[in-house]
Design a protein around this ligand. Structure first.
Ligand code: PHE
Length: 460
């Protein structure tokens, strides 16, 4: 039996610790900033009419995202094990039940399912590095760029290959352990991505359609937003912040005792939201300037950006650089998606990290073919929400993450006693009071309301 009780009564992690507070913030930011910000946010905002969606998304980030993120980190640090063992341990320790482990299992499962399709889209990103570098997009027209993307997704062999490649590199890093490699990657990746987005913002401002983009993103028209859109906005808030499935809990387990959870959470939430909004401000003006449709769905950024780059001088270079950075962003997020399952396998079945990573990686890779085929051989086999990809996306983001987030907030707010949470959050000042109100009342109630109305609408 593994024991992680240190001599002073505080537990230590079995997987080592982050070397500093900065390392933790970078790792969580690396997990948060990914395809969710640059690929997903613009397309779901576009499909849901823009402004009203963005407003609801921002409200969810603040009212639900912040308290849930803090709850996840504090639970993780207090338990210092994988999410299944941590929820089980703390459930008992706080006088509730071992069955809280099912909350951890829900998270492990969500991570596996999300990564199965995340890897496919990340594979697209890898292909687009090569496409950019070989000049595919130089001077391409809007009709050609759409046709090129459609043909690409229909190429089963190629998409399978890049999905496989992405799972191999992700498994490799996870097998080596999170501290080596990951920290270095995010240290460079996040600032570089930000710079790149700022440079693109300049281009998008000069496109002459900046006003139209801003209007689309920030003028709320609530008649365009049903409860399904509100649920999608809430799901997006969870997805983009990496919360509700134990990734942040797993990272919290490696967090040094003295780091402020409130400060770290606020930094990550601000950085993540900032990058998503920036992506929207870059993409929508270019969509309108080039006569593309804002509701093009998952292919949106794979059409708009290559085309925009294709019109610029040095476009092939910048386009390549952009997709390299986006692949990095996806990579650092994918690691977070895998970590709970791998840490769980290591601790529960005494596997080495490498064995656990290969087993979980292979499982995710296999499930991923459901999404690979969603744009080609199984394209017309639709059920419930659409293709396999559509259903996985709906099930994970709009059901599993909010349900996970609900129970995480309830666990930290109601099951854990005041002393334990105050101990982790550093006292009972204003920040603590705000967090506790958020975790006990606001987050659970908002999640329930949205789930209730959205599900009654989907079922009706
Ligand atoms: N937050 C990541 C993104 O926006 C996705 C993710 C979700 C990563 C959950 C880890 C855990 O791309």
């Amino acid at each position: 039996m593994l024991s992680n009780q240190a001599g002073d009564g505080k537990r230590t992690s079995l997987h080592g610790h982050w070397s500093s507070k900065m390392a933790f913030i970078l790792a969580v930011t690396g997990s948060a900033v990914g395809l969710g910000n640059i690929w997903k946010f613009p397309y779901v905002a576009g499909e849901n009419g823009g402004g009203a969606f963005v407003l609801v998304y921002l409200a969810c980030v603040i009212a639900i995202g912040m308290p849930v993120m803090m709850s996840e980190i504090l639970i993780g640090r207090r338990g210092r094990r994988n999410p299944v063992a941590t929820t089980e341990l703390l459930g008992q320790e706080e006088g509730s039940s071992r069955n809280w482990r099912y909350l951890g299992m829900l998270g492990v499962t969500a991570g596996i399912l999300i990564l199965s399709y995340y890897s496919v889209i990340a594979g697209w990103t890898l292909s687009y590095i090569v496409k950019s570098a070989t000049g595919t997009f130089v001077g391409i027209s809007n009709i050609e760029v759409v046709a090129d993307h459609e043909a690409f997704k229909a190429n089963t062999g190629l998409v399978s290959m890049v999905h496989t490649l992405f799972m191999v590199i992700t498994t490799f890093v996870v097998a080596r352990g999170v501290e080596r490699g990951l920290e270095q990657a995010v240290r460079f990746m996040v600032p570089a991505l930000l710079l790149m987005m700022l440079a693109l913002l300049g281009y998008s401002i000069s496109s002459g359609y900046f006003g139209a983009g801003v209007e689309f993103l920030f003028t709320p028209d609530f008649s365009k937003l049903g409860w399904d859109g509100v649920l999608e906005a809430m799901g997006q808030a969870f997805f983009t912040l990496s919360i509700g499935m134990g990734a942040i809990m797993a990272y919290g387990a490696y967090l040094p005792e003295e780091t402020s959870i409130t400060g770290a959470s606020a930094t990550v939430v601000a950085a993540d939201t900032g990058i998503a909004i920036l992506a929207g401000l870059v993409i929508f003006p270019l969509v309108f300037a080039n006569g593309l449709q804002p509701d093009a769905g998952p292919g949106l950024v794979f059409q708009t950006l290559p085309m925009a780059f294709g019109q610029m001088s040095g476009g092939a270079f910048f386009s390549t650089l952009f997709f390299v950075l986006l692949s990095f962003a996806a990579w650092t997020s994918a690691i977070g998606l895998m970590e709970p399952a791998v840490a769980w396998l290591v601790e529960s079945y005494n596997r080495t990290r490498a064995q656990a990573a290969v087993i979980i990686g292979a499982l995710i890779w296999l499930i991923g073919f459901g999404s690979v085929f969603s744009w080609n051989i199984w394209k017309d086999n639709t059920f419930f929400q659409g293709t396999v990809f559509d259903n996985l996306d709906f099930l994970t983001n709009q059901i599993m993450l909010p349900v996970g987030g609900f129970f995480i907030a309830v666990f930290a707010g109601w099951v854990m006693c005041r002393n334990s949470t105050a101990d982790e959050l550093g006292g009972t000042g204003t920040a603590y009071t705000l967090w506790r109100f958020g975790a006990r009342v606001i987050a659970p109630i908002c999640i329930l309301i949205v789930l209730y109305f959205a599900i009654s609408q989907v079922v009706a």
